[in-house]
Design a protein around this ligand. Structure first.
Ligand code: SF4
Ligand code: SF4
Length: 231
């Protein structure tokens, strides 16, 4: 029958309207801005830059590789790379952004910059109350305004941030293990070089007693010759 759907819809509305006086779950609106509905984990608005530690500039994860700048579809990211370097989270010296601007009046919240960043340095914010009276200056965000701590990232995207921390910890452990292996290999190579230098100077390594000295073996002046046992 024509109009049945409308009647069913009105019945649902009426049931929720009356029920909302008795059950809070039936309320689908809140008294904004005094009350706010929690935003879902994957809600996103504009990007921000993540920093570790207490210093919002020295702790920036961004290494100014400019991949996000190249990949941003509306080209609203502007980066100038530093001349000097600073250590990253695994201690490797890296460039950092001397300038990092995002024009959020152009940004379309596509998250491509986040997807392409190899350093987990840029993430999507949930801040949406950003209205300004002046479009050009106030909506062009520099790195000081874009920087947010890792704790803030955990607060707004707890699941995603925990996964990122795990990946970074694994990468740091792998880098540390690689560094240790390289140091061990260098120490072994240095020991082998020192031993061969000793051989070249005529100092033969100690030989186990065999009863007969090896033909052509030499001893350093003043060095006690190896003991021999004759049976
Ligand atoms: S979210 Fe999209 S449009 Fe905005 S800065 Fe990132 S890549 Fe550019
Ligand atoms: S945010 Fe990421 S992709 Fe963009 S410049 Fe920094 S490190 Fe590179």
């Amino acid at each position: 029958m024509i109009g049945t759907g409308i009647l069913k819809g009105m019945a649902v509305t009426l049931r929720n309207f009356a029920g909302s006086y008795f059950e809070k779950e039936r309320l689908t609106t809140v008294q904004y801005p005094e009350e706010r509905s929690p935003l879902p984990e994957n809600y996103r608005n504009f990007p921000f830059l993540v920093y570790d530690g207490n210093d919002s500039q020295a702790g920036l994860r961004c290494v100014a590789c400019q991949i996000c700048e190249k990949e941003c579809p509306p080209q609203c990211i502007y980066i100038i790379k530093s001349k000097d370097k600073k250590p990253d989270y695994v201690g490797r010296p890296q460039f950092y952004p001397a300038v990092f601007d995002i024009d959020i009046s152009v940004c379309m919240s596509c998250q491509i910059c986040v997807e392409v960043c190899p350093f987990e340095a840029i993430k999507m914010d949930k801040q949406f109350e950003l209205s300004q009276r002046e479009r050009f200056d106030h909506l062009l965000l520099g790195k000081e305004r874009l920087s947010q701590s890792n704790e803030y990232y955990h607060k707004i995207h707890p699941i995603e941030a925990a996964a990122v921390d795990k990946n970074l910890a694994e990468a740091a452990a792998a880098a540390e293990a690689k560094k240790k292996l390289a140091a061990d290999a260098a120490a072994k190579a240095a020991a082998a070089k020192a031993a061969s230098a000793g051989d070249a100077a005529g100092v033969s390594p100690a030989k186990p007693p065999t009863g007969t000295p090896a033909p052509g073996s030499t001893s350093a002046p003043g060095q006690k010759p190896p003991e021999t046992t004759n049976s």
